[in-house]
Design a binder for this molecule. Structure first.
Ligand SMILES: [Zn+2]
Length: 513
């Protein structure tokens, strides 16, 4: 062990869990990214890694800053889904324990977390994992962690690590930068810098669509934090959280990591800044209520642009059926309504329906058949629907993301089919993913620029992928039923802290310090 060539453990557990969605098993992680040991480094250094870009960014920045000795531990990362099957989580914890102990002595740890995981038995799996890590490496080895902006933050998630680094953009376009930031912070910690974390949680569980970072109250909180960065402040993270995890730790949180603070004495600058940002959020609480477009209005808009090519095309977001929030990506409300209304020139994507994609592959291009959607589905909201269809094109679903959150990421959507159904062309896939990247249409030979309307199963990440086609004013967020509806009063919550905005009246708050 030497400071000149520090041994740094790299591990991660990253999934966003919607308690109302079906359970996520080890197979879901294996299908996306499950790696142990130095396979993590091999994959992180490949040209199009399957993992999100935090670890690749961290690894590149650590290497660029000097000598180091990375030690891959374990990484389990997958698309948002339901709660993680607890047996797999226990197995993962055991793997982390064994490999971390075998890797000792270590000089530092980087943990890539999402922050909104739950298991079928545990509401704070990240906290459990951080305790395990801290217990093995001891109090003096620096541990740095990165988080998705939708993290639900517990006290131990803040206290068991030395630096809390959350995404600052939504759509998440700064994942790699946050990994690079983690490397820079870890280098400072290795050189002897000490930190203290200050954290304030508000009784606000913001609906997903109110957490954009281009504009709005959440964007203003993040900007306020960034404007007040100073020599004493190493990071300001404003975590919006993920409502559908339904945990006691839900709630908009401000976490400030302060530099060179004696242990146990919170920096007054960090406290002041956290308080100021939290107060700003509280003062703007009335702006954390969603405004969506009713289905009939959305259909009327789609009909109008379909008839009149001189009007700007529109992008319809089915925010309630977002696979990026654990939904299935297969509800029929919007497609069926467009079909019944005779909407022309629409693209729909991406609908998760493996049996239908397989059937289209058996039939081949140009074949006409009755497309039966959701033939095997029993999930709430995923209704069966049948319509006459023609196979337009087929694809094996292997692609590299082109733009937005998936840019440069290797993706496997399984067998895919484009089906012409009335005035719409529908992309059907075999692995669930959020429609955040134009590549999902383009690889099927479909021209987004020629479409009159494009309907996406996505809450907000489509904004980072489709911005070259649609300005914000061309986007219509449609109010539909679904597992990720921003209308939070439609869910049966059991664990959310109450009273809370936007569910309750008479919610009170005052700064804790
Ligand atoms: Zn997120």
């Amino acid at each position: 062990m030497s400071a000149a060539n520090p041994r740094i453990a790299i591990l991660g557990f990253s999934i966003e869990c919607n308690k109302f969605a079906p359970v996520a098993t080890k197979a879901h992680f294996v299908a996306r990214t499950y790696l142990e040991g130095d396979d993590i480094l091999v994959e992180a250094r490949s040209t199009a890694p399957t993992m999100l870009p935090e670890i690749p960014g961290f690894v590149a920045a650590m290497g660029a800053a000097g000598e180091w000795n990375p030690v891959g531990i374990a990484l389990a990362m997958t698309e948002p889904n339901g709660a993680v099957e607890h047996g797999f989580f226990t197995e993962f914890c055991d793997t982390v324990r064994q490999r971390l102990k075998a890797a000792l002595p270590l000089d530092g740890v980087y943990f890539c977390a999402h922050g909104a995981a739950i298991t079928t038995e545990e509401d704070d799996p990240e906290g459990v994992l951080f305790e395990i890590v801290r217990g093995i490496v001891g109090p003096d080895v620096p541990v740095v962690a990165t988080f998705d902006l939708h993290a639900n933050v517990s006290d131990r998630m803040v206290q068991e690590i030395d630096a809390f680094i959350g995404y600052r953009t939504n759509p998440h376009l700064d994942m790699r930068e946050r990994g690079e930031e983690a490397a820079a912070v870890l280098r400072e910690l290795l050189a002897g810098m000490k930190t203290e974390r200050v954290r304030i949680r508000l009784p606000i569980v913001p609906p997903t669509v109110t957490m954009l970072t281009a504009a709005g109250p959440y964007a203003e909180m993040i900007q306020l934090g960034q404007r007040h960065m100073g020599p004493e402040i190493i990071n300001v993270s404003v975590m919006g959280g993920f409502a559908y995890a339904d945990t006691a730790k839900n709630g908009l949180s401000v976490i400030v990591t302060a530099r060179n603070v004696a242990a146990g004495t919170a920096s007054s600058a960090a406290e002041k800044l956290a308080r100021e940002i939290a107060q700003y959020g509280w003062d703007n609480r009335a702006r954390f209520y969603p405004k969506l477009t009713p289905l009939d209005e959305a259909v009327a808009k789609a009909r109008a642009v379909g008839r009149d090519p001189s009007r700007p095309a529109l992008c319809f977001a089915d925010v309630a059926d977002n696979p990026g929030g654990g939904a299935r990506g297969n509800t029929m409300y919007l497609l069926r309504a467009f079909h019944e209304a005779g909407v022309q020139g629409a693209l729909f994507g991406i609908i998760y329906d493996p049996p239908l994609a397989a059937e289209a592959h058996r039939h081949g291009v140009h074949y006409n058949f009755e497309a039966r959607f959701n033939r095997d589905e029993t999930t709430n909201f995923s209704e069966q629907w049948t319509a006459p269809a023609r196979v337009v094109s087929l694809h094996d679903g292997n692609c590299v993301g082109r733009r937005g959150i998936y840019a440069g990421t290797r993706l496997r959507l399984g067998p895919c089919a484009a089906l012409r159904i009335g005035g719409s062309t529908v992309v059907v896939v075999s692995h669930r993913a959020q429609c955040a990247d134009p590549i999902f249409f383009e690889m099927m030979g479909l021209d987004i620029a020629k479409a009159r309307s494009v309907a996406v199963k996505s809450r907000g990440h489509f904004r980072g992928g489709f911005d070259q086609f649609f300005k914000p004013e061309q986007i219509v967020e449609v109010d539909l039923p679904g597992l990720t509806s921003p209308m939070l009063n439609r869910f049966d919550w059991t664990r959310l802290p109450r009273p809370v905005i936007p569910l309750d009246d008479n919610v009170a708050w005052s700064p804790p310090f």
